[in-house]
Design a protein around this ligand. Structure first.
Ligand SMILES: Cc1ncc(COP(=O)(O)O)c(C=O)c1O
Length: 465
């Protein structure tokens, strides 16, 4: 990763101001407590700075690329400036394109719809479904890229094995045909960092291109397209403290230019003319607008740009250092609780972002997460985290079906049905992580203080008594 190296060790600072810090939630056991949002990997709270920037712009809101009025011009400038800010944030190359999308999922589906004919796609089974599923999927039938051939690579057990696995897979392919490798920068399950630069080098050595799913990386680490030498990068605004419905696909322009527009409509089309035979001829834009049909989400793009600036100004050295400290608090705080097992592909000491998943012996994940919420005001996530093949591998195979609340999901030595994920970032106060550690210890030692029942497959506090 391109974590810049400052001469002096960065100081560990206070969290960045985010919305929601004063929100209190009721406890099932009585009273209220400040909500501890520890599900950043799903969606992070908005940075106060992002909120302020959006509020400052809101009165000036106008249609982008469409109106002659002053506010339309201003909004168009803001939108195009946001593109430039994102390009700087990602350290893009000259000629790279920044396309505003709805999310990482949308970005990767856009790239999937732009694959050249006969493209081979290589993807590890460990990916989030957003990176695992768009390639060669039936929804793309008839579009460019719809005849892609996908090779799913087995979960590696070390970064080195990841590179070796990819190299082996690529060695057998025709080096003249188009190929794409899709890899995540940081796992949404284990938080572990993937050897992106090395995978990019392997891809390029075999004539393949590579797209980086930075949904979990960009909020925690600097991402340099140039330094990592990736062809594209995708991320989501709502995980980057900018929850206003925008995502990004940035990178090489050629495949995007050669593909038909992702959505057909206004904004993507330069001219539309009626033909003598009754049909229409369309000349599509060649730049980013080609894939941004419809009225652009200028507030979303502005929010993403604001977050990019805020994180850059805060300094990733300090953010990374602080997050490492929070990870240490969790790991060391639970090190002497043998019932808690953290999930990991590359080993406990592998470099990671603030995303940790674990199973608790004697509990199913839904029950444990429900108790953290109802009894401690802590919001985490449970389940398989839209990465079913990876989590099943980490849990040791197919665990069967989830038992009722309170029925042990993992008897000693047995397999768990699901896992619990705690995740945090730039806005997390120490107290949230400390409360989480205390809560896990108490729940494991004393059990839940409330009873829970299963409703629609999820555990919820039983309030019928
Ligand atoms: C690694 C990774 N990739 C892609 C996605 C999809 O992001 P979105 O839901 O914003 O499209 C996620 C979401 O959790 C993720 O963690």
């Amino acid at each position: 990763m391109s974590v810049s190296t400052a001469a002096a060790a960065p100081s560990v600072r206070a969290p960045l101001p985010v919305l929601g810090q004063d929100v209190t939630v009721p406890l099932v056991t009585g009273g209220e407590v400040a909500y501890a949002a520890l599900d950043y990997a799903a969606s992070a709270p908005a940075l106060q700075r992002v909120w302020d920037d959006v509020a400052a712009y809101a009165p000036y809101y106008g249609s982008v690329h469409r109106g002659a009025g002053y506010l339309s011009q201003l909004s168009t400038d803001l939108f195009e400036n946001a593109r430039r800010t994102v390009a700087e944030f990602l350290d893009c190359r000259t000629g790279d394109q920044v396309v505003f999308t709805r999310s990482t999922t949308d970005s990767l589906n856009l790239l999937a719809a732009a694959l050249p004919d006969g493209c081979e796609v290589f993807v590890f089974e460990t990916e989030h479904h957003a990176s695992l599923l768009p390639w060669g999927s039936p929804h793309a039938a008839g579009r460019r890229g719809s005849n892609a051939r996908v090779t799913y690579l087995d979960a590696p057990r070390s970064p080195r094995q990841a590179v070796e696995t990819l190299e082996r897979a690529l060695a057998d392919r025709d080096p003249h045909g188009p190929a794409l490798v899709c890899v995540t920068g940081a796992s949404n399950v284990t938080g572990e960092l993937w050897p992106v630069r090395e995978l990019a080098a392997a891809a390029h050595a075999h004539g393949a291109r590579i797209v980086l799913d930075a949904a979990q990386l960009a909020p925690h680490h600097p991402v340099s397209v140039r330094d990592l030498d990736v062809d594209w990068v995708a991320f989501s605004g709502h995980k980057l403290y900018a929850p206003f419905g925008s995502g990004v696909l940035a990178g090489r322009a050629d495949w995007l230019r050669e593909a038909g527009p992702y959505l057909a409509g206004g904004g993507a089309s330069r001219t539309v003319t009626r033909r003598a035979d009754g049909g229409v001829d369309v000349e599509w834009h060649e730049g980013a607008a080609r894939h941004e049909a419809g009225s652009p989400n200028v507030i979303g793009a502005h929010a993403v740009a604001s977050a990019c600036k805020a994180l850059t100004e805060a300094g990733f050295d300090a953010l990374v250092a602080r997050e490492k400290e929070l990870i240490r608090v969790v790991r060391e705080g639970l090190a002497d609780v043998p019932e808690v097992r953290f999930l990991s592909l590359f080993g406990d000491d592998a470099p990671r972002v603030g995303v940790l998943s674990f199973v608790v012996e004697g509990w199913n994940g839904s029950h444990f997460a429900a108790a953290l919420s109802a009894e401690y005001g802590i919001g985490v996530r449970d389940g398989l985290f839209c990465a079913h093949p990876l989590v099943r591998t980490l849990l040791g195979g197919d665990p069967g079906t989830r038992g009722e609340c309170g029925a042990p999901g993992a008897a000693p030595g047995g397999k768990s049905f699901d896992a619990v994920r705690v995740s945090f970032g730039a806005g997390t106060p120490d107290e949230h992580v400390e409360r989480f550690v205390r809560a896990v210890r108490e729940l494991v030692r004393d059990g839940a203080r409330w009873s829970y029942r299963t409703v629609d497959g999820r555990c919820v506090p039983d309030t019928s008594a």
